[in-house]
Design a protein around this ligand. Structure first.
Ligand SMILES: [Zn+2]
Length: 477
């Protein structure tokens, strides 16, 4: 029987994968008792080093991570011993094997393996808050936790994306993605321990780690969920975001197509923020990755909405090729991720004709931009455009009301269709050379885009550099 069982509990699961990575095993099911011994001594050594680090050292940053997850544990308590030799036995005792004999045997809280050890909530990550619902049944002295799960629960910060106050874990139906996410986070954890958080690139995000992990692990269907936890003893929170199953296939399509790659790079570039010194404060790559996740509470910024904002910017700096790339990206996402099949060409042509024939195309485009996402206003504008073009004796047949219907009715994905319609209108206008913008793309921007296009679409700008630098050899510790 395996010494470690991976369960569906998101924290235990992330910790179990971290144990597998630390033990250099392909998956948690291959972790042996002696692997647990080795991982336990790694954890103990790191915990003692963090707990006895001076407050101004970079080592102390790892203590902040531990404090956020286990605020009242022996390693983080304000009255902990400052002498490593005094603290070490306390820490090591957390991970010792069960001692069968007189003690009562109970099933482990997480994996149901028999265990004699019962833990207080102070040893369990994120359990020790007044808000969490973790009351024990009457007569139970604490949480029974088997050795594999005890070690997993303390390996959690290695396998999750941590900040000084939060942890993000991943659950995926693809084991390779979970392993890759854990592997990258273990490397990142090593880096935090050695150089502190200031040693990490600014603005990176867990969503980007998922994208890179997905690219390495799968190009098929794969549902991925991120759970972000914060525990500051006052306002603990949990945020759940999901990536749709078809997103990996969409990413593979983008990776394999030059126009779509260009669109993705433009999106990244538009979302990047630098400070006055030119240092990145918000990583465009991270923000773009975030758009592929939808929050469970509905409060997230979807990819199509962001592309719409970029395309709707009247003075946006887009060359025709840029615009075509962004529009293609929006349509590909709608087709592959939402399964939308749309032929918006006739209706888009109707609106483009109406805009182009006005005395001020820029003014008409502004009118359309205002109405574009509203079912009612778009309906009114289509009636106006259709009537005006008919009165003007339009030569070619016009798209009639039966073609607008899906766009102006309240039905699923009508909002997305209206955004795609706008995208298509904007590209038709630019293809025809209709002057609607005050500006044109400059050559400096063109050079920047060319430089970006030399890189693969989803390579984490900073992530790959971890590989090798801190390749951690467990045997050495
Ligand atoms: Zn267990």
């Amino acid at each position: 029987m395996s010494a470690l069982i991976v369960t569906s509990h998101p924290l235990q699961r992330a910790g179990a994968w971290a144990v597998a990575v630390l033990a250099k095993r392909a998956d948690p099911g291959r972790v042996s008792e002696s692997d647990l011994d080795a991982v336990a001594s790694v954890l103990a050594a790191d915990l003692v080093a963090a707990a006895t680090a001076s407050k101004d050292s970079t080592r102390y940053d790892w203590w902040k991570v531990l404090f956020a997850l286990y605020p009242n544990s022996k390693a983080t308590h304000s009255k902990r011993p400052s002498d490593p030799n005094v603290l070490r036995p306390d820490i090591e005792s957390l991970f010792v094997p069960d001692t069968p004999g007189t003690a009562t045997v109970r099933p482990c809280t997480f994996c149901a393996t028999s265990t004699t050890v019962v833990w207080a909530k102070s040893n369990l990550p994120l359990f020790d808050t007044s808000k969490a619902l973790n009351a024990l049944p009457p007569g139970v002295p604490g949480w029974p936790v088997c050795r594999g799960c005890r070690i997993a629960m303390w390996a959690l910060p290695y396998g999750s994306w941590v900040t000084a106050g939060s942890a993000t874990v991943l659950s995926s139906d693809e084991a390779d993605t979970e392993r890759e996410f854990a592997r990258r986070n273990v490397l990142r954890a090593r880096r935090v321990m050695q150089a502190g958080f200031t040693g990490l690139p600014a603005g990176a995000r867990p969503e980007l780690v998922v994208l890179v992990a997905l690219r390495d692990a799968t190009d098929g269907l794969c549902a991925t969920t991120l759970f972000s936890f914060k525990n500051d003893n006052q306002e603990p929170w949990l945020r759940v975001t999901r990536m749709r199953r078809a997103v990996p296939a969409f990413l593979a399509t983008v990776d394999g197509n030059a126009l779509l790659r260009r669109g993705w790079q433009l999106l990244r570039r538009a979302l990047n923020c630098d400070d006055a010194q030119g240092r990145t404060t918000t990583s465009g790559a991270g923000e773009a990755a975030r758009l592929l996740f939808e929050a469970e509470d509905g409060r997230s910024r979807p990819l199509l909405g962001q592309l719409h904002r970029l395309l709707a910017d009247a003075d946006g700096p887009w060359s025709l090729r840029d615009r075509e790339a962004l529009v293609r990206l929006a349509f590909t996402y709608a087709e592959e991720v939402f399964g939308m099949e749309t032929d918006l060409e006739p209706v888009a042509t109707l609106i483009a004709d109406w805009i182009a024939q006005g005395s001020s195309p820029r003014g008409r485009l502004a009118e359309y931009r205002k109405a574009a996402l509203s079912d009612y206003q778009l309906g009114a504008l289509l009636v106006q455009a259709y009537t005006r073009l008919q009165l003007n004796g339009h030569e070619t047949p016009l798209a009639g009301p039966e073609l607008w219907k899906p766009l102006i009715q309240r039905q699923p994905r009508a909002w997305e269709q209206r955004m795609l319609l706008f995208a298509q209108v904007s590209v038709i206008l630019q293809q025809r050379g209709v002057r609607v913008s005050g500006k044109t793309a400059d050559s400096e921007q063109e050079r920047e885009i060319k430089a970006l296009l030399d890189r693969p679409a989803f390579a984490e700008d900073h992530g790959d550099e971890y590989d090798g630098y801190y390749d951690y050899e467990m045997e050495q510790s």
